[in-house]
Write a protein that binds this ligand. Structure first.
Ligand code: C2E
Ligand code: MG
Ligand code: MG
Ligand code: MG
Length: 279
């Protein structure tokens, strides 16, 4: 009987793997044929000053609507695009589109773009961004590039050099998902970021979990000592907001303030649009 049970479990497991494999293959095929301009779009989520909630800028988050009408999450398709060697082309589309859309925003608002580690290291990213800023006249200081700690996993000299080149242009560098990645503390020592975003996993239920509360307090202290702006990701409730501000976190992002939304729906942008329509 034990054998039988085991056999059944193995076959359920196999079916699960097969389902995942088929889904992945389908996404691979669709990505390889994807027309970026008609199936990709960007949503924007504010990074706000806490507690009042005034936006300091918006993070661009990629959305993909397959021709069959289904939405696939970037958490699923970005790693696939990376393994297919498509991420540089997709990343270039994201950068170009985010800068184009942010051009019309009020001047104090920044735009943050997520960058895959596969996009950096050859010098192409720095050159491409330099070209985009020159052609659009978008101020470098209003652009932020977000990297997760995995950018340091294969960290060769050329990656650090390119990061430094980007920073020297006046672009702000952001360490995304801080705390869940690779050798975070050692790289804080090797490279200086302008901002770090404490991963959502430490913020979720922070008021119920003393360990997370201790981590948040320590990272607030670390960021202050290093003179790096700190953002709490995944702020979902008023309780989270109260705890975070009480602990000294000044910037936040999360569903409590706003969900990611298309550029046309951003609240601060409606006024200038109305003004220009009236003139
Ligand atoms: P991320 O850069 O850490 O972006 C934040 C993610 O958290 C977004 O998921 C956002 O919708 C979600 N989020 C924001 N506030 C809350 C909250 O209060 N609660 C919860 N549960 N979630 C919240 P999204 O848009 O699905 O993106 C997932 C990840 O995909 C991003 O994580 C980023 O790593 C990657 N990604 C998205 N767009 C791009 C892109 O253009 N290029 C690259 N390379 N990666 C991207
Ligand atoms: Mg991000
Ligand atoms: Mg993040
Ligand atoms: Mg995150």
């Amino acid at each position: 009987a034990a054998k039988e049970t085991q056999g059944t479990m193995v076959s359920v497991f196999d079916q699960d793997i097969e389902k995942k494999f088929v889904r992945r293959k389908r996404i691979e095929n669709k990505l390889l044929q994807a027309d970026f301009d008609t199936t990709f779009s960007l949503n924007y989520q504010p990074v706000v000053q806490m507690p009042e909630g005034r936006a300091t800028g918006y993070e661009a988050l990629l959305r993909w609507k397959c021709p069959d009408g289904t939405n696939v999450s970037p958490a699923e398709f970005i790693p696939i695009a990376e393994s297919l060697g498509l991420i540089r082309e997709i990343g270039a589309w994201v950068l170009k589109t985010a800068i184009k859309e942010a051009l019309t925003w009020p001047g104090e608002l920044r735009v943050a773009v997520n960058v895959s580690p596969h996009q950096i290291g050859t010098g192409h990213l720095a050159s491409y961004v330099e070209m985009l800023l020159r052609e659009s006249a978008f101020p470098a200081e209003r652009l932020e590039l977000e990297f997760t700690e995995t950018v340091f996993m294969r960290s060769d000299h050329s990656t650090l050099e390119e990061l430094a080149r980007i920073r020297a242009m006046g672009i702000r560098l952001v360490l995304d998902d801080f705390g869940i990645g690779y050798s975070s503390l050692s790289y804080l020592d090797k490279f200086s970021f302008d901002k770090m975003k404490l991963d959502r996993s430490f913020v979720t239920d922070v008021t119920l979990n003393p360990t997370r509360a201790a981590i948040v307090a320590s990272v607030v202290d670390l960021a202050a000592r290093l003179d790096i702006d700190l953002v709490a990701e995944g702020v979902e409730t008023l309780k989270d907001l109260h705890f975070l501000t009480g602990t000294g976190v000044k910037l936040g992002q999360g569903f409590y303030f706003a969900r990611p939304m298309p550029a046309a729906d951003l609240p601060l942008l409606k006024q200038p649009a109305r003004n220009s329509a009236g003139s």
